[in-house]
Design a protein around this ligand. Structure first.
Ligand code: ZN
Length: 142
């Protein structure tokens, strides 16, 4: 277990670009605004999506492409450091026209239709990711 008390600080609220890749656009925003530790949330819609499921047995992501318009009913994520750069880890829940939901790890290839985001810094904290042997995932080590 890892426990730290943190302080949430100022942030950014805005809209992302039509046709851009959701994960790339969020990453570019964090790089531009020098957000290296924080939390992210967003809602909106995507033209298509690519989400991952982590196979715990073989330690590999299995990706699924959803080639249809979907609502971003929720995006929750965080920003921390991996390989000296901000890395966004986000999960999404996406709804189709029947109200059915898909969910998973946000992957490159998710294309924005419209997206409103909120990014809030965590002040004075540094979280660094490194590969965890037990899970095979890049988890927070320090
Ligand atoms: Zn994930």
């Amino acid at each position: 277990m890892m426990i730290r008390q943190v302080e949430f600080g100022k942030g950014f609220v805005g809209r992302l670009s039509y046709g851009a890749d959701l994960l790339s656009e969020l990453t570019a925003l964090c790089l531009e605004k020098d957000v290296t530790c924080g939390r992210i949330e967003a809602i909106g819609a995507v033209q298509k999506a690519r989400i991952g499921f982590y196979n715990q047995a073989n330690h590999e992501y299995e990706f699924m492409t959803l080639d249809q318009p979907l609502e971003i009913t929720n995006l929750t994520g965080n920003v921390s450091i991996r390989d000296d750069k901000p890395m966004i880890h986000a999960h999404v829940t996406l709804g189709d026209r029947d109200g059915k939901a898909y969910g998973g790890h946000l992957a490159p290839g998710t294309i924005i239709f419209a997206c409103e985001y909120m990014i809030q810094r965590i002040e004075g904290a540094v979280y660094i990711r490194d590969v965890d042997e037990q899970t095979g995932l890049p988890l927070w080590k320090s």
